[in-house]
Design a protein around this ligand. Structure first.
Ligand SMILES: [Fe+2]
Length: 321
């Protein structure tokens, strides 16, 4: 018997085979808590698949004219069968909305967080530093302490935010104590990102290279090329009429569609059309490709739980065409 696809340990029935066989002669409470399975009923477990998804509803809720300041999570925990909010098993994505002159205070139980500014101007305060930002800016912040986002312009500010809260929640881990995180706040202004992309696009491209990606890292994570130990962050660009070669990897990807007309992704044979500033999930291990059928260049921002996979030597990247 295999384990129920979507069940988590806390949700498993309290009696019956799924709970395993208890000891036959328990002499202490600790011995009584033991359960025994075997290679016939607890091997090659099959959990609920990570749904491929496009989160228009959360985007629309955050961007509605009368939306309140707050966080709008893209939560697939019910489909994943986990007892904490999650977009993929290890990552949680949100849209943050901050109305003019208002402040959104957060204290995510994460070891780090990635932010992209979709709209508006504002400033973020963390650990005694203040970063002023505008559309197209990227920030990577340490978790474990309070963060304040304030909208300083006449319009509401919309941020796209990804954290590794599910990874910590899975093991009931606490975020790092203030001052002990593996990263420091890093700010990538839009103008600098554009300069870096222009440099990349001026480089000669290999014959089989489709598109150009800018990889975001920081002073303390440069050795790993990651934005933070567990997450990778890349801005992918795709010229008109081109597509990114079909490939697969074991890291799950969260993709924000930033620019592009008539763009779509193919994931495990399913076509998912892009929608402005919608968020897509590429499940781990599924073959996928990105296509730009429009007249102008496309841009999309991708966060992956790739740091975990690089560290575990399980990335499993392969081209499929
Ligand atoms: Fe990919």
């Amino acid at each position: 018997m295999s384990r129920t696809a979507s069940a988590q340990p806390s949700e498993l029935p309290r009696t019956g085979a799924l709970m395993g066989d208890p000891p036959t002669a328990a002499a202490t409470p600790a011995q009584a808590r033991a359960r025994f399975f075997n290679s016939g009923n607890a091997f090659n477990l099959k959990l609920a698949a990570v749904p491929r998804a496009r989160f228009d509803a959360a985007r629309d809720a955050a961007m509605a004219g009368d939306a309140a300041t707050g966080a709008y999570a893209m939560d697939q925990s019910a489909a994943l069968g986990c007892g904490f909010p999650a977009t993929t098993p290890l990552v949680l994505a949100r849209y943050l909305r901050v109305n003019p002159s208002e402040t959104l205070a957060t204290g995510f139980a994460a070891s780090g967080e990635v932010h992209y500014v979709i709209a508006g101007n504002g400033e973020t305060k963390i650990a005694g530093e203040t970063m002023a930002w505008g559309p197209g800016d990227v920030m990577v912040l340490p978790g474990g302490g309070p963060v304040e986002h304030r909208a300083t312009g006449p319009d509401a500010a919309i941020l796209w935010t990804v954290t590794n809260e599910p990874a910590l929640a899975f093991e009931r881990l606490c975020p790092p104590a203030p001052g002990t995180a593996a990263i420091d706040p890093v700010h990538y202004p839009a103008a600098e990102i554009d300069r870096q992309v222009a440099v990349l696009q001026a480089m000669p491209m290999a014959a089989d290279q489709a598109g150009v990606a800018l990889i975001f890292s920081g002073e303390r994570t440069a050795d790993s090329r990651n934005a933070m130990p567990s997450l990778t962050l890349a801005l992918n660009t795709l010229p008109p009429g081109e597509h990114q070669r079909a490939h697969r990897h074991n890291a799950a990807a969260i993709t924000l569609c930033i620019e592009g007309e008539d763009c779509f992704s193919t994931i495990d044979g399913h076509r998912i059309d892009w929608s402005p500033f919608s968020t897509m999930v590429t499940p781990p291990g599924e073959v996928h490709s990105h296509h730009n059928g429009g007249p102008r260049g496309a841009r999309f921002l991708i966060v992956q739980d790739g740091g975990w996979h690089y560290h575990a030597r399980t990335m499993g990247f392969t081209f499929e065409e």
